[in-house]
Design a protein around this ligand. Structure first.
Ligand SMILES: C[S@@+](CC[C@H](N)C(=O)[O-])C[C@H]1O[C@@H](n2cnc3c(N)ncnc32)[C@H](O)[C@@H]1O
Length: 212
């Protein structure tokens, strides 16, 4: 996907106190960086950060990390954060493929919100629920595995249900229409989600875990 480019994006993001500039230095030390032993939750591909910023605001007793590859996407998150004081939030600018170099077994939950679906077979390995990514997640989950995924893309959702169940995840909740679910599911809408919601497109949701 092509995203809007911002002038000096690199400088703006690198000046933010929320950015962890050398994240590999904190492998197995993220609790020390946060200064507490609260659970650490990670969003891969946080985009402009609506989801992870609001999670950090709503749950001050949990730690959150937003990881994003595209520096231009991160500019908006950093701008929003310039008015906030959230000691339980950190940002990382890197490829999700690098997470095993950044984290030891210290992550409680991984959020995949509106991840790029990569519909072509040739791009299958880039999908965040491809087996190669599930194997990477094994290296960073603290004990039990826990993934929460939201998407508007039916194909990517069906694919994820299959790869996760083949990998022995159990589905604690699944919704084919998150905003019209009989039993409401607590939710924070992301930028993409607001747009799709207004277009009345269903949002697919799953909460999957594997208890060790
Ligand atoms: C469609 S956007 C969704 C953003 C946000 N989660 C939301 O719901 O508004 C997908 C984001 O994932 C990022 N992304 C894609 N592949 C990535 C990768 N391998 N590592 C880190 N971020 C990635 C993209 O740059 C983009 O910002």
């Amino acid at each position: 996907m092509e995203y809007v480019k911002f002038k000096n994006a690199d400088i703006i993001v690198n000046n933010s106190d929320y950015l962890v500039k050398k994240p590999t230095n904190y492998k197995n030390k993220w609790h020390e960086l946060f200064g507490n032993n609260n659970p650490i939750n990670l969003e891969l591909g946080m985009g402009r950060g609506e989801f992870i910023i609001n999670m950090a605001k709503n749950y001050p007793n949990r730690n959150f990390i937003g990881l994003e590859l595209n520096i231009n996407q991160m500019v908006k998150a950093v701008e929003k954060l310039s008015k906030e004081k959230l000691p339980n939030l950190k940002l990382i600018n890197c490829d999700a493929k690098e997470i095993d170099k950044i984290f030891g077994k210290e992550i409680n939950t991984i959020y995949l919100t509106f991840s790029e679906p990569w519909p072509k077979k040739i791009d299958e390995k880039k999908r965040f629920t491809h087996e190669s990514f599930l194997k990477l997640y094994d290296k960073i989950f603290k004990k039990d595995k826990h993934i929460i995924l939201k998407t508007d893309n039916k194909g990517f959702f069906a694919y994820s249900l299959e790869t996760l169940s083949n990998y022995w995840y159990v589905f604690d909740r699944v919704s084919l229409d998150l905003h019209n679910n009989e039993i409401p599911i607590p939710n924070i809408m992301t930028n993409f989600e607001k747009k799709y919601y207004e277009e009345k497109r269903p949002i697919y949701y799953l909460d999957a875990s594997f208890k060790n």
